[in-house]
Write a protein that binds this ligand. Structure first.
Ligand code: NAP
Length: 516
């Protein structure tokens, strides 16, 4: 059986017995073991701070960008191997595994290109200077400098490649080394990628560490210049934010958590329209891709009462075309879940939705034989709008969605979506400027990202469920209150903003030309 190792202090190390067992999501068989017990995580963080930090800070944005580009290329060169590992460990279909692996290499390439554009600088001025005294030579100037700690990146099980890639791309370009901690259950792909980078010699010394398994006492060793970026459940996010070390040292924590993302169909949209085709494609893609286990997946489907009968029929018909089966078979479009624990949680959520729903549909296919962690795709419908129980409070993290019937008024749709308490992304489908505009502006305070689908863009893009490196990912409230990516915006989490006040002539000797 494969033994996963952690990469700490520039060496591959294993923890003490007993190890955690990682399983094949399709067969339930054990495929790997890993342990982090007894590893000196304090020393690992110190190494990253004292070796990785100075190495990265001595590099320009362009040099850091070149390292990111090389890291992306290594992933791309081993794409097939990584896709096979993802099928084995996470039970991904080929398409789902590509989505994760290509997401990682694409994001690294994007930030590599951004680094090249940012050029020879190692830190940035923030805006123009401002005069302070009567004499024009006494000015204040803001600047961004990399924090001198380590970025602890804790990721969820569902994107073992992309989850690491998107956090690392941003922190390394900012000049901050990182310790990657993937979810234990699906750490095989993450560990292999770090191994490939190490073998290819593309990592700046000390810039990337890997903890392949449980976090142990990691957070007890955080220091004042460190940051934590977390993706996972709201409960774990709250625990991290409330950790005594985080509270005592005011360590910045970015949380990407649960989200009850919505898709809103406008009352103007007709069955035969391109806008409806876009809605149908995007909703069904999100319910089936990665077995609905995307943080950005549409969970609530808001449909006006006047259209609900034909929309329900179209959703059921399209969902029925998806098939479960051998994940290596291209005809399989819905995979099993990654673990038995998720299967249990999702079946419990489905039972709650079932009790609350006014109608429901279950994918008619018999579940594939074997021990895999399968859940049949489900659709629910509620006519209770904003008063529907459960659906606005709980994320059922599987191939499951609920049609929520609304009046057709934009204000009603906004109120229902906002009942979810803050989300990562929602989408509206309408060619009516008045309706779409009211929904987009009404939902903006509740989301990190919104997509407006309409006839002239119906065949563009990959849907709201695909996170793009140039746009922010995160959301307020229930979604964790965090923000990642967004091009250069994402780097700011890893920087200290400092205002420096003094004689312009002296400042310019150190900072270069400052603008008025
Ligand atoms: P989870 O159980 O919260 O685990 C997330 C990560 O936290 C894992 O690496 C886990 O490690 C780690 N962790 C658990 N306890 C910890 C502790 N005491 N100290 C430090 N780390 C700890 O979530 P999950 O089941 O992997 O993911 C599912 C959830 O993530 C869903 O609710 C989904 O909405 C959310 N999600 C959000 C996003 C987003 O971008 N907003 C993306 C993907 C998923 P172990 O595996 O070793 O326990």
């Amino acid at each position: 059986m494969r033994q996963l190792k952690s990469f700490l202090e520039g060496r591959w190390v294993s923890g003490d017995a007993p190890a955690s067992t990682l399983t094949n999501a399709v067969t339930g068989e054990a495929i790997a073991e890993t342990s982090t017990r007894g590893l000196d995580l304090g020393a690992a963080l110190r190494y990253a701070r004292t070796v990785g930090g100075p190495t990265l800070r001595a590099m320009s944005f362009a040099e850091r960008g070149a390292a990111l580009k090389a890291m992306g290329k290594v992933i791309h060169a081993h794409r097939d191997e990584l896709i096979e590992l993802a099928a084995e460990n996470s039970g991904n279909t080929r398409g789902d595994a590509k989505f994760d692996v290509d997401g990682a290499s694409g994001t690294l390439a994007y930030y590599g290109a951004l680094g090249k554009r940012m050029g020879d600088a190692k830190w940035l001025l923030d805006g123009p200077s401002e005069p302070i005294g009567r004499a024009p030579r006494f000015v204040g100037q803001h600047l961004f400098v990399p924090r001198q700690g380590v970025a602890v990146h804790i990721n969820a099980f569902n994107f073992p490649a992309w989850g690491m890639g998107e956090k690392l791309a941003v922190s390394l370009l900012a000049g901050v080394p990182a310790l990657e901690k993937p979810a234990t259950a699906t750490a095989v792909v993450t560990a292999r990628i770090v191994e490939l980078w190490h073998e290819a010699g593309v990592l700046p010394e000390g810039s990337v560490s890997l903890l392949a398994g449980s976090a142990g006492d990691l957070l007890d060793h955080l220091d004042a210049q460190d940051v934590v970026a977390f993706t996972g459940s709201g409960d774990t996010g709250r625990m991290i934010k409330g950790h005594p070390r985080v509270l005592d040292l005011n360590i910045p924590v970015n949380v990407e958590a649960d989200s009850l993302n919505a898709a809103i169909l406008g009352p103007d949209v007709k069955k035969s329209s391109d806008t409806f085709a876009m809605f149908l494609n995007e909703v069904v893609r999100d319910l089936t891709q990665k077995a609905g286990q995307k943080c950005t997946a549409i969970r609530r489907i808001l449909v006006p009462a006047s259209s609900v009968e034909w929309v329900w029929e179209a959703l059921v018909d399209r969902m029925g075309t998806h098939a479960m089966g051998d994940v290596n078979d291209r005809a399989t479009t819905v995979s099993p879940l990654a673990t038995a624990a998720q299967q249990r949680d999702i079946l419990a959520g489905i039972a709650e939705l079932e009790a609350a729903a006014d109608a429901s549909w279950t994918h008619p296919q018999e579940l594939p034989d074997g021990k895999g962690f399968w859940v049949a795709p489900r659709l629910f419908r509620t006519d209770k709008g904003i008063n529907a129980p459960f659906v606005h409070d709980h994320e059922v993290f599987g191939p499951v969605g609920t049609v929520v019937v609304y009046s057709g008024e934009a204000s009603d749709a906004v109120a229902i979506v906002a009942k979810g308490g803050g989300g990562l992304v929602s989408s509206v489908y309408s060619d009516d400027r008045g309706f779409g505009g009211e929904v987009v502006l009404g939902l903006a305070p509740w989301h990190g990202r919104l997509q407006w689908g309409s006839k002239k863009v119906h065949d563009q893009g990959m849907g709201p469920g695909t996170v793009l490196p140039g746009f922010v990912h995160g959301g307020p409230g229930k979604a964790g209150g965090g923000e990642e990516l967004g091009g250069e915006r994402g780097l700011r989490f890893y920087w200290q903003r400092t205002a420096i006040q003094g004689d312009r002539a002296l400042l310019e000797k150190v900072l270069g030309k400052v603008e008025d």
